[in-house]
Design a protein around this ligand. Structure first.
Ligand code: NAP
Length: 255
């Protein structure tokens, strides 16, 4: 039986756990070949093994998304093993906290600011910059950038660096959609609300409970909730959608 993403190769960054792993496995179930990239090579290997166990080809690559030369090597390995990348899911991201709470802006370490920008924003640039030329050549491709509702609205549990990078990704998404659209490539973003993942659990239970109460659907999202929207945004049938940022937040914030 044919599946929605048969004959396509997806690269998922930050695929070792959380939302990234859920996306990698959802694409495996949808028939795609899966490149699982994470800075933790062992967790990327676990994700790739899980994808293979679902009957698809997969490869794991260990790389820090903020390291451009290392990303070039990593993506070359994916292409050598699985063929050209048709779909890029720019998912890797960090949200540093101290004891589960954000550091006040007036105490924010400049080095931490630089690191968050390097991973959350430059990391997405790096992967897109490396895969886009091949997509342009083949006139086929889809990119999804992982933003956040924190990129659209003020959230008092989130640091300024995180909010700034997630807002920047929305602009980056729109720009790439405009520039790459004439080459047959779609570029969209997802803005998750509170998703149950290791990152989501970094804040204290009382904070998360307040978020759950403020979420009309009354629960946290699962990785699969985000993965299903990533599948939607990259399916051939929805290829007329580009430049959009879709909230996956159960109604939280309604940004
Ligand atoms: P997570 O549980 O922390 O998982 C993130 C994954 O990315 C980890 O495997 C991590 O590796 C990897 N990673 C971190 N920095 C990396 C780097 N420099 N290079 C390569 N891989 C790196 O986070 P998540 O909740 O799944 O979040 C995934 C994305 O969704 C992020 O962009 C996040 O900002 C966004 N998001 C999450 C939520 C939420 O509530 N969970 C809400 C809005 C947006 P290690 O295991 O080695 O750290």
């Amino acid at each position: 039986m044919s599946k929605s993403h048969d004959d396509r190769c997806v690269l998922v960054t930050g695929a070792g756990r959380g939302i990234g792993r859920a996306i990698a496995l959802a694409f495996a179930d949808a028939g795609a070949r899966v490149g699982a990239l994470d800075q933790d090579a062992d967790s990327a290997a676990e994700t790739a093994a899980l994808a293979e166990s679902r009957g698809t080809a997969a490869v794991a690559v260990g790389a820090d998304v903020s390291d451009y030369p290392r990303m070039e090597d990593a993506l070359a390995k994916v292409v050598d093993t699985l063929g050209p990348v048709d779909i890029l899911i720019n998912n890797a991201g960090i949200s540093p906290k101290q004891d589960g709470v954000r550091v006040p802006f007036t105490e924010l370490d400049p080095a931490e600011w630089t690191e968050v920008v390097a991973v959350n924003l430059t990391g997405c640039f790096n992967a897109a910059r490396i895969v886009a030329p091949g997509m342009v050549e083949r006139r086929r491709g889809a990119i999804v950038n992982m933003s956040s509702v924190a990129g659209k609205a003020y959230l008092d549990v989130i640091g300024a660096h995180y909010s700034a990078t997630k807002a920047a990704l929305i602009g980056f998404t729109r720009h790439l959609a405009g520039e790459l659209g004439p080459h047959g490539i779609t570029v969209n973003a997802i803005a998750p609300g509170r998703i149950d993942s290791p990152m989501g659990r970094m804040v204290g239970p009382e904070v998360n409970e307040a978020i759950r109460r403020a979420t009309p659907l009354g629960r946290f999202g699962e990785g699969a909730d985000v993965a299903n929207v990533a599948l939607f945004l990259t399916a051939p049938e929805t290829g007329f959608v580009t430049g959009q940022t879709i909230d996956v937040a159960g109604g939280w914030m309604m940004t």
